[in-house]
Design a protein around this ligand. Structure first.
Ligand code: GLU
Length: 399
C-alpha cells in the first residue's frame, strides 16, 4: 500500500491514540502557555469525537480513546520558582526532581482547566521505568489505563520525576510513550514537537533542508547523522523521537511527528493535510512480550559473539550458545538484559540486539568459548544449554 493511503486509513480507523507533547511546545520562558494547552485540548476533543473517521460509531461513548503524555513539569516548576523570586540551582538531578514536584501540580491544573469546557475529566498517571519492569506491575498499570479509558477519563501521563533516578528513569517521555504504546495497545502514536517534522538532514550543516513527509523504514535511518541538534527545553531531541518511533514501528504501530505549536495541526492531519512526518510501521510486528523484555530497562552489559554465532542468530533463528561468546563486558546478574554484539576480525563490533542472559557475567566468563560437555565440567550438569534463548532475544533492537 502507498504510504499516503496507509496514513489516511490508519488515521481514520485509529481507536486508541497516544499523543505526546514536549516541554518546548507547552512552555515559554514565563511558564505554561494556556493558549497552546487550550488549542490542543480543543483538537483532542474533536479527535475524540471522531474527526476524520468514516465510520464513527454513534451512541454515548467516544469514537476514539486518547492518552496524553505531557512533559513540562520541570519547566513549569522553574517558571513558578522564578516568579516567586526563589533562586535555585537549576543543574543537577535533585534540583530537577524538586522543580518537577513544584510544576507537576500546575501542569495538571492547567490541563484540567483546558479540558473542562469539553466535558472531559482528566487523571494524573505518574510512572517510573521500574513500574513497568516487573511484569505484575506492568499488568496492574495496564488494568488502570483500561479502567480510566472505560470511564471515558483522559489519562495524562508523565514520568514520576520526583523519584526517578538513574536506572529508574525512562530517560525522556518519548521512551515512556513508546512503552505505553505496548502497554495500552494503542493504534497510533502522535508526537507533538517544536520542530516542523523530521528534517532530511542536519539543519546546522544545511539550513535549507526540508521536512521528510514519510520515513519508509525507520530502522534503516542513520540517526546519528540526521540528528545533530537537540531542542533545549525538554530532554529528548529528534534522536529520541525517532528511536521511540522505531520501537512503535516494531509493534506495527505508525508514528506521526507534528509541529505542535501550529494551531489545529492534529485536526489538519486527520482531515488529510500533508503535515509533519509519517513513520511507517514494520510489516511484521514483533510480539508484545519480546518488546517488553527488550525495552523494560537499559542493557546492563554486553556479550560479544564471534561471526559464526552472529550468523546463526541472524540467519538461522538460533539461540546464543556458550561456544559463540568471545568477550563479556559489565558485571550483570543472571537474568539481566544484555546487549549482544558481533566482534569482528578487525577488532570492531556491531550491536545485533538484546536478550536476557541465563548466566551472570562471572559465570559466563568461565564458560565462554566452551562446548556443552566442557561447560558441564565447570558448572555441573544443571546448567542452561543457551546463554540467551531465542525466545528471550530481540534482534535489531532500538537501543
Ligand atoms: N518529565 C519531564 C517534565 O515533565 C520531561 C521529560 C521530557 O522532556 O521528555 O518536565
Amino acid at each position: 500500500m502507498d504510504w499516503r493511503e496507509e496514513k489516511r486509513a490508519a488515521l481514520a480507523h485509529a481507536r486508541l491514540v497516544i499523543i505526546k507533547i514536549g516541554s518546548a511546545v507547552l512552555t515559554d520562558p514565563s511558564g505554561l502557555c494556556a493558549a497552546v494547552l487550550e488549542n490542543i485540548a480543543t483538537q483532542m476533543a474533536a479527535l475524540r469525537g471522531g474527526l476524520g473517521m468514516p465510520d464513527a460509531p454513534c451512541g454515548d461513548g467516544p469514537a476514539r480513546r486518547l492518552i496524553l503524555v505531557s512533559s513540562a513539569a520541570v519547566a513549569a516548576g522553574r517558571a513558578t520558582l522564578a516568579r516567586h523570586e526563589r533562586h535555585f540551582d537549576v543543574v543537577g538531578l535533585a534540583a530537577r526532581q524538586a522543580a518537577a514536584a513544584v510544576g507537576q501540580g500546575q501542569l495538571m491544573r492547567a490541563w484540567d482547566r483546558a479540558f473542562a469546557p469539553h466535558g472531559l475529566p482528566t487523571a494524573q498517571v505518574l510512572l517510573t521505568r521500574d513500574d513497568l519492569r516487573a511484569r505484575q506491575r506492568f499488568l496492574n498499570a495496564r488494568n488502570t489505563f483500561a479502567e480510566l479509558l472505560q470511564w471515558d477519563v483522559l489519562p495524562i501521563v508523565n514520568e514520576n520525576d520526583t523519584v526517578s533516578v538513574a536506572e529508574l528513569k525512562f530517560g525522556d517521555n518519548d521512551c515512556l510513550s513508546s512503552l505505553l504504546v505496548n502497554l495500552t495497545g494503542a493504534d497510533i502514536f502522535i508526537n507533538l514537537t517544536s520542530a516542523p517534522g523530521v528534517l532530511a538532514g542536519n539543519p546546522q550543516e544545511d539550513p535549507t533542508v526540508g521536512v521528510m513527509p514519510c520515513v519508509e523504514n525507520v530502522g534503516e535511518l542513520d540517526l546519528g547523522k540526521l540528528c545533530g541538534g537537540k531542542t533545549t527545553v525538554g530532554t529528548g531531541g529528534m534522536y529520541s523521537k525517532l528511536t521511540a518511533a522505531r520501537r512503535a514501528a516494531q509493534l506495527g504501530v505508525p508514528t506521526l511527528i507534528l509541529p505542535g505549536r501550529q494551531p489545529n495541526i492534529m485536526c489538519r492531519a486527520f482531515a488529510g493535510e500533508d503535515v509533519g512526518t509519517w513513520v511507517r510501521p514494520a510489516e511484521h510486528a514483533i510480539s508484545r512480550r519480546k518488546f517488553w523484555l527488550a525495552y523494560q530497562s537499559d542493557p546492563t552489559g554486553t556479550v560479544f559473539v564471534d561471526t559464526g554465532a552472529a550468523e546463526a542468530l541472524q540467519n538461522r533463528g538460533g539461540s546464543l550458545l556458550p561456544g559463540g561468546v568471545r568477550q563479556v563486558e559489565g558485571n550483570f546478574q543472571q537474568g539481566a538484559l544484555v546487549r549482544i554484539a558481533r566482534l569482528d576480525a578487525d577488532g570492531g563490533s556491531a550491536t545485533l540486539g538484546v536478550g536476557l542472559s541465563n548466566y551472570s557475567a562471572p559465570d559466563l566468563r568461565k564458560i565462554m568459548g566452551l562446548k556443552r560437555i566442557e561447560v558441564a565440567a565447570i558448572l555441573g550438569d544443571a546448567h542452561y544449554p543457551e546463554v540467551i534463548h531465542r525466545d528471550n532475544m530481540l534482534l535489531e533492537a532500538a537501543v
